[in-house]
Ligand binder design. Structure first.
Ligand SMILES: Cc1ncc(C[n+]2csc(CCOP(=O)(O)OP(=O)(O)O)c2C)c(N)n1
Ligand SMILES: [Mg+2]
Length: 340
């Protein structure tokens, strides 16, 4: 009798079914919010949006490895899924897009420049790599205060690894064995600059050697693999094992932002060649095939997410803009108004 062909069991890195479904929901929510930003921009309702299509696996896996209430996240502007994954409400995303007064920055920041002290989310800087010395400073403070069991998760793109602040941060963190994980979301592009015009090495992770830092590479379109690597690196950092550079490979499917037209520097064929890496349909398939979720439940999840995103869109849009008279509130101490 022919032996039944058994498929290898899904590698879960200890994750239960609820956690796997949580990651899928985070990825679907991220994509829906992403698309909403582009739609609202094309409708002329918001001036600007940044997409993160292709990064969803990195964000879901890393967010699950993040210890809420203990760790500190120092992200960059493409990390919408990472921010909602550690507890930021989707309404905040829409308030920032619409630049409403109720936005946490009072409608002053670029969209996707989130902050949230209560959830351990440090403010995002538009200046590439400028957040990394701050991330290292937070990790240094944890070490000086003897706060073991905590770590900093700092993320950035491949382009950021050419910046002086990136190198200084890596060096300082390695020398002082700080509790920090550097997460490079390598999406092959820095606006219009491809990876091979950005660096001579093939993999960002090779740069870790120059600092005597541990480096790990992971398929960023596989959230379970990302969780495995990030969980290991964060646990090591929390328990005194020092920093790690994690390079998560992915691909940026959309233009850099709504202000960018990627047809001027890359072909449609190149994008199509990477489609099989799209983490969202890929993970959906993996979970359905492994019997973790049914196709019907995925459809119901998508409907529930769309209804929620529609609701927060309407709520945010209905709220007022900040008042011009509030321009200097929280900028200068007291009632100082520079024009008076
Ligand atoms: C110091 C600095 N230089 C240039 C810019 C303009 N800029 C904004 S995003 C970006 C590309 C960054 O690429 P990467 O780090 O790979 O991140 P990605 O956008 O691909 O996720 C550049 C050059 C900036 N914001 N800050
Ligand atoms: Mg990039």
């Amino acid at each position: 009798m022919a032996e039944a062909i058994t498929k290898p069991a899904l590698e879960r890195h200890g994750l239960d079914e609820e956690q796997l479904r949580w990651m899928l929901r985070n990825m679907l929510l991220q994509r829906t919010l992403d698309n909403r930003g582009f739609q609202l921009n094309r409708q002329g309702k918001i001036p600007f949006a940044t997409g993160s299509e292709g990064h969803e696996g990195i964000h879901a896996g890393s967010a699950l490895a993040f210890a809420r209430g203990r760790d500190v996240l120092v992200p960059y502007y493409r990390d919408i899924g990472l921010c909602i994954g550690i507890g930021m409400e989707p309404l905040q995303v829409l308030l920032a897009m619409f630049a409403r007064a109720a936005d946490i920055s009072g409608g002053r920041q670029f969209p996707n420049h989130f902050t949230g002290r209560a959830i351990g989310l440090m403010s995002i800087s538009s200046i590439i790599a400028a957040h990394l010395p701050h991330a290292v400073g937070a990790a240094y403070a944890m070490k000086l205060r003897g706060e073991s069991g905590r770590a900093v998760l700092a993320s950035f793109g491949d382009g950021a690894t050419s910046e002086g602040e990136w190198h200084e941060s890596m060096n300082f963190a390695a020398v002082h064995a700080l509790p920090i994980v550097f997460l490079c979301e390598n999406n092959e592009w820095a606006i219009s600059t491809p990876r091979d015009r950005q660096m001579k090495v093939r993999d960002v992770v090779e740069k870790a050697d120059g600092y005597g830092m541990r480096g790990e590479i992971v398929d960023g379109s596989d959230p379970i693999a990302v969780y495995g690597v990030m969980n290991g690196a964060l646990e090591r950092a929390r328990s005194g094992g020092g920093p790690t550079l994690v390079e998560a490979k992915c691909y940026r499917f959309l233009s850099h932002t709504t202000d960018d037209d990627d047809r001027t520097y890359r072909t449609r064929e190149e994008i199509e060649r990477h489609r099989h890496l799209d983490p969202v349909p890929r993970f959906e398939r993996v979970l359905v095939e492994a019997g973790v979720i049914t196709s019907d439940d995925v459809s119901a999840m998508k409907r529930e997410i769309l209804a929620h995103v529609n609701d927060v869109t309407d709520r945010a849009e209905a709220l007022p803009y900040p008042l011009a008279s509030d321009l200097y509130t929280n900028v200068y101490e007291g009632t100082h108004e520079p024009w008076l």
